[in-house]
Ligand binder design. Structure first.
Ligand code: C5P
Length: 280
């Protein structure tokens, strides 16, 4: 095999609870994360030299996480191989959807496959954590309870697919800024993750809708009131909305696919990025 194209799915956070802060400034989290049918595409080809291209010129640089993931792996394992990496971007950037982390994970999984490196998932997750806290989750398939700073991953079985509308108000939010803003707020009560997991397994969007919570909303929404507007509009359209990650994307959980399509048609008239997706 000389080349390989893989899909890199975005993620949402069904819940995001902040439990504390480590001495290095990283926050201890408890999250339920799941991938959705919104994808970037990564092509890896064996090549005489390393290169990185992207259809979005703003993202075509050596510092891109996807390229960094390859260069780090190559130097860690002292590999002689070179890869031409190309990224076709669909996931909005700095949007709370882990687009950059999804790309990096796809590069690591893809390089492992293409170059027949036989690296274990544990090895890839450990090396990926140095590049970004969401990448270990992105290396896996399926939903998971994610704890620590992102390294403790418990896959969740028996969760049915859900229909969502995902929208971004056209704002980029810096994750470090969002966590710093959170640190200035009074402490919040914790989220019952077990009740949440039971509701997901039951597959009842109304029950899940009542439990949706993301502790970063209180830090980010006061500065970006468009997120509250988007949530209110989704609510009026019969969706249960929550900001994903550090924002500014919002997902709206729909009672069924027909409701998701109806809401998507209305929302896309008002917001720059709106997609109807399913959880995977
Ligand atoms: O690891 P990642 O690059 O995704 O994180 C970006 C920034 O978000 C970190 O540098 C840190 O400021 C903040 N962060 C955090 N706690 C986490 C994950 C991220 O404080 N668990």
């Amino acid at each position: 095999m000389e080349s390989l194209t893989i899909k890199a799915p975005a993620k949402i956070n069904w819940m995001l609870d902040i439990l504390g802060r480590r001495e290095d400034g990283y926050h201890l989290l408890r999250m339920i994360m799941q991938k959705i049918t919104l994808y970037d595409r990564i092509t890896l080809g064996k090549s005489p030299r390393d290169s990185f291209t992207c259809q979005d010129m703003a993202l075509e640089n050596q510092a891109n996480l996807a390229f960094k993931a390859w260069l780090n792996l190559k130097s860690e394992l002292a590999l002689k191989d070179c890869l031409a990496i190309s990224l076709e971007k669909q996931i909005p950037t700095a949007a709370g959807l882990a687009g950059g982390s999804a790309d990096a994970a796809a590069v690591l999984n893809g390089a492992n496959q293409l170059l027949e490196l036989n690296l274990s998932l544990e090895y890839l997750q450990k090396t990926a954590l140095k590049l970004g806290a969401d990448i270990p989750f992105c290396l896996l398939e399926g939903p998971a309870l994610v704890e620590g700073i992102g390294e403790k991953i418990t896959p969740l079985e028996n969760i049915p697919p859900f229909d969502l509308v995902i929208a971004n108000p056209g704002i980029q939010v810096s994750t470090p800024w969002a966590f710093k803003a959170y640190d200035k707020l009074p402490p919040q009560g914790h989220i019952d993750q077990l009740a949440f997991i039971s509701a997901l397994r039951l597959g009842d969007p109304h029950k899940i809708g009542a439990l949706l919570e993301n502790h970063l909303e209180q830090a980010v929404i006061p500065v970006h009131p468009q997120i509250a507007q988007l949530k209110a509009q989704m609510q009026n359209l019969g969706l249960s909305p929550l900001m994903s990650g550090s924002g500014a994307s919002v997902f709206g959980l729909a009672p069924n696919e027909a409701a998701a399509i109806k809401a998507w048609e209305k929302l896309k008239a008002d917001w720059p990025f709106v997609q109807k997706v399913k959880t995977i």
